[in-house]
Design a protein around this ligand. Structure first.
Ligand code: ARG
Length: 582
């Protein structure tokens, strides 16, 4: 599928190679033409090698026959055999310029919406009520948001879910403690959640040491679960206060999560009995020592017996396992989702593996409905160990963001000493937040990385600031050109090699985005944008734009415009702002 007639040149070449294969080897029609970008030719196909191997022929000879049966079109200009049987294909200059013009004319930059009709639930962020968001919530929030943007851009119907930890015995304990300490105010504006966090810790300590308090706290849990009015009101108040603090961070991060996306664990509470009943009925769950469990057929615990999920605890309570079983069932049956994504760290891998296994056995997950645990590595501190404060505590998310924004302010001020203070603050905020996101998203998802504010805000190297700057610089060129409005592209102009490389990098944009939607790996898009920024720099270093004679100047301006638009689009899909000035 293509967006309003923009067919990527890679696809054009692939189609031509496929046609040649079908002519030479009708029985092999439909095999992968194996076309990719190549620096030597424009594109290279490796298809002749496996084809020859399968039929016991010589790959070089087969490649020659493919060339002989290759029908060059308007776009593919030359095809030749190289090496042991590679097909090198060169694209016509006119086709490259037409590609630029077509993408510029298309509001989607030629990226097809090939995921329409697919409903995807993305479960991300999921902080816990009455606790502050900390470093552990950064990656889920950033990665989840980028996937939401990418899938949405490709036309999928995305359901964002913020699975708040808003339910459980800890709230009975906290509410009881708050009631017994009216002298310790917690609704103190800005720091409400940090106050709650502290009170929660105090409550926990009390619970562990004071048996009488522990009994009263347990009674309070029962009161909460049975819907006691005063207790429920208190709980709602705590949830609302926490949500306000989370929303402030989401706003600062510029993620898409809204109040409507908040569907906490408590929401699934009424569905737990029917979920357990459904699992028992199909024989996936069983009674065991007063509890209801699902024993895995695939994974054993450390003691060699099957790992279990607890669908219903022996004390009647419901925990994380039960809730996730009910949650998954709800997403499949009520939300009618086709694809479920759970963005949490890799320590929850076993949990989700067991939940998904149970759901498969229960028939909730099928060939038409998939579930994926989108895991990620740990954020490390300067000592290369999981990031902690100097005192060994958890690092607050706000503090991390402040550190990055401060580092960004320093580099932006240095680059741009005359910037008025208000502009500097605004740009530093965009650069600092963008730097944090880019550092995260450009790292392979499952890898750990070191949180280093100075390195992530550098103007050079593979950083968010570098990409934002590349974009801003092109905007500056367009302004200086005096007429950023469109002059038509002249397809008869010959391309310099740096222009050619830039166009071919732009050509890959849609394929990279599609790839991110499949692999759920935003670093592929980050890497592509970095390649694009570098291809632009190489072009700008060797091809004067403003001083070039027409029609070369107009064509080069078109390249600038398309590069800026593509960078802005890619940054947006990563959730990163693209300021026009830096
Ligand atoms: N609240 C959980 C945590 O902080 C994350 C929730 C993830 N989503 C889920 N459906 N279990 O680890």
């Amino acid at each position: 599928m293509s967006a309003a007639g923009v067919v990527p040149l890679l696809d054009v070449v692939a189609t031509a190679v496929s046609a040649a294969i079908a002519r030479v080897r009708p029985e092999a029609a439909g095999t992968d033409p194996m076309v990719r970008r190549s620096d030597r030719a424009d594109f290279r196909s490796d298809a002749a090698l496996p084809l020859a191997r399968r039929s016991g022929t010589n790959p070089g000879e087969l490649a020659e026959r493919l060339v002989a049966h290759f029908v060059p079109g308007e776009s593919v200009e030359r095809v030749a055999v190289s090496g042991p049987g590679f097909l090198n294909t060169a694209v016509a200059d006119t086709a490259l310029w037409k590609q630029v013009a077509a993408r510029l004319d298309n509001p989607r930059l030629g990226v097809p919406a090939n995921r329409t009709g697919q409903r995807v639930v993305v479960d991300y962020s999921g902080p816990n009520v009455a606790k502050e968001m900390h470093v552990g919530h950064l990656r889920t929030t950033i990665i989840g948001d980028s996937l939401v943007r990418v899938l949405g851009f490709l036309g999928a119907e995305v359901v964002r879910v913020n699975h708040l930890g808003d339910w459980g015995t800890q709230f009975g304990m906290l509410i009881q403690y708050l009631d017994e300490h009216p002298d310790r105010p917690w609704r103190s504006g800005e720091s409400t959640v940090s106050a709650l966090d502290g009170l929660y810790k105090a409550a926990r300590a009390r619970f562990d040491t004071d048996l009488a308090f522990a009994d009263r706290a347990r009674a309070r849990v029962v009161a909460l679960q049975s819907g006691d009015e005063a207790t429920t009101a208190r709980w709602r108040e705590i949830v609302a206060e926490s949500a306000r603090a989370f929303d402030a961070i989401y706003t600062r991060l510029g993620v898409l999560l809204t109040a409507d996306d908040r569907v906490g664990e408590s929401f699934y509470n009424p569905m737990l009995p029917e979920t357990v009943a459904a699992l028992l009925e199909v024989g996936v769950a069983e009674y065991s020592a007063g509890a209801v469990v699902v024993a895995s057929r695939e994974v054993n615990g450390p003691d060699g017996t099957p790992a279990v999920l607890i669908a219903h605890k022996s004390d009647g309570g419901c925990g994380y396992d039960s809730t996730d079983l009910a949650t998954l069932r709800h997403r499949v049956t009520t939300l009618a989702a086709h694809r479920l994504l759970y963005v949490t760290d890799s320590r929850q891998a076993l949990h989700f593996r067991l939940v998904f296994e149970a759901a498969h056995r229960a028939g909730w997950l099928t060939d038409a409905v998939s579930a994926e645990h989108v895991t990620y590595g740990t954020i490390l501190g300067p000592d290369n160990k999981p990031f902690k404060t100097r005192a060994g505590g958890t690092v607050r998310l706000t503090d991390l963001l402040d550190a990055a924004v401060a580092a960004a302010a320093a580099v932006v001020a240095e680059k741009n000493p005359d910037l008025p203070a208000a502009d500097l603050a605004a740009i530093a905020e965009q650069a600092g937040i963008g730097a944090v996101k880019y550092a995260d998203l450009s790292t392979g998802r499952v890898k750990d990385y070191v949180f280093d504010p100075v390195r992530m805000t550098a103007f050079s190297g593979n950083t968010g600031v570098y990409l934002q700057y590349a974009h801003a610089r092109i905007q500056g060129i367009l302004v200086r050109a005096g007429d950023p409005a469109r002059t038509p592209v002249d397809p008869t102009v010959a391309l310099a090699s740096a222009e050619r490389a830039l166009v071919l990098t732009l050509d890959a944009h849609g394929a990279v985005i599609a790839d991110v939607a499949t692999t759920l790996e935003p670093h592929r898009l980050a890497g592509h944008l970095y390649d694009l920024a570098r291809a632009f720099t190489a072009f700008y270093d060797t091809c004067p734009v403003l001083t070039a004679p027409e029609p070369v100047r107009a064509n080069r301006l078109a390249l600038c415009r398309l590069t800026a638009a593509t960078l802005a689009n890619g940054l947006d899909l990563l959730g990163i702002a693209a300021p026009t000035r830096m």
